[in-house]
Design a protein around this ligand. Sequence first.
Ligand SMILES: [Zn+2]
Length: 261
Amino acid sequence: MTPPITPLPCLRDNYAYLIEAPASVALVVDPSEAEPVLQALARRSLRLGAILATHHHLDHVGGIPGLLLAFPGTPVLALAPDDALIHGVTRTVQHDEIVPLAGLSVRCLAIPGHTLGAVAYLVSDGSPPGALFTGDTLFGAGCGRLFEGQPADLHRSLNLTLGSLDGSTPVYCGHEYTEANLRFARAAEPGNDAIPRRQGSVEKLRLQNIPTVPFLLSEERATNPFLRCGEREVRGFVGAGADDEEVEVFRRLRAAKDRWR
Ligand SMILES: [Zn+2]
């Protein structure tokens, strides 16, 4: 089962997430700002139980000092080496560690690439699949830029580490980029009918200003070109030859997305 989760729009296109735990406690993921989180907690009469930071970028952790002023002593989780760059970290988690928090279970998965200490959190109330928080590593129909890691790191994080999870897992990512990402996905794989179908449903949501999160991992596997680097059309899009390995296709695809407008 999945605990109740509310996306909290922050800054321009960021999402922080409020996860309701038992006993009027909430966990928050990636608070770029404190105020929207404090307001959401007050509206629901919830106490802050822990802060989960997916990586060190300020548009994910900038609200931590303000939250700690309001709720001193709140545990803050992060992965090394990003932990050293995040205010107030109390708990440096390990890859595949399960941390019990406020009656919920938080599985931590190291997913380097966007940053070296990027981490995904799989949060559940005990039964599978749980909800997956991917920060800036896996987006709807896309992935984050390679700021610190190598293409092989991000490819492995997306395709093996997150790739090992069940397709029914709902994904909550760090930014509302899905609509733009799907335009690139369509260019990379024009023969994939699942992409225009997803574009149709995403456009409807965005016209009403509804978040495109959560989406299922299985939807990503069907439409996200960064999870489909073995596909003939994607290989052709980046001009890969028969001898080019999937990681090379991934590297070229990420570079093409960096240049895409
Ligand atoms: Zn980032």
